[in-house]
Design a binder for this molecule. Structure first.
Ligand SMILES: [Zn+2]
Length: 168
């Protein structure tokens, strides 16, 4: 991630300073400070009524072409579980219901920096999928017949979900 060079509030050039325990960019003119916080992301570990797991093949960076769990960035003013179900719906047209929270995770990605990832177990009654432009394909898979998920965090979520409840 490229650092900001100019103040978004007044347009003055930013300077580097040691503020609240870290090096941060700040504006010497209006005292605006660039606090870099993680971006919240919701991920849906989604099961159909046969206990098969939804996996999607990503059609965009990061992790282009990798098999993954669906998910995306939360919008301002949105509850995390609402964002999770919205992202699931946008990517696959599936209407899910939240079953439980699997876990909350942190990771660094080059494209976005620091991410706070909230993973839910989601169930769907109707598993008819219609993917959007963000995906190449998507399907529900039984454990032995799944495409390989190589994204470390998604592997971790899948294993944590299996430990915390029903193994699909
Ligand atoms: Zn300023």
């Amino acid at each position: 991630m490229k650092p900001y060079l100019f103040c978004p509030a007044c347009g003055n050039q930013l300077e580097k300073g040691f503020i609240d325990g870290r090096d941060r960019m700040f504006c010497p003119s209006c005292t605006w400070v660039h606090y870099v916080n993680p971006l919240p992301v919701a991920v849906a570990y989604t099961l159909n009524k046969d206990g098969k797991l939804l996996l999607v093949r990503r059609g965009h960076e990061p992790a282009l072409n990798e098999w993954a769990l669906p998910g995306g960035f939360l919008e301002a003013g949105e509850e995390p579980h609402e964002g999770c179900l919205r992202e699931l719906y946008e990517e696959t047209s599936l209407c899910g219901e939240i079953d439980s929270l699997i876990g909350v995770y942190h990771r660094e990605v080059e494209m976005y920096g620091s991410l706070l990832v909230i993973a839910y177990r989601v169930t769907v009654a109707d598993d008819t999928i219609a993917i959007n432009h963000e995906l190449f394909e998507a399907g529900f898979y039984t454990q032995g017949l799944r495409p390989e998920v190589r994204i470390p965090l998604h592997r971790k979520i899948i294993s944590d979900a299996a430990l915390s409840g029903i193994i699909p």
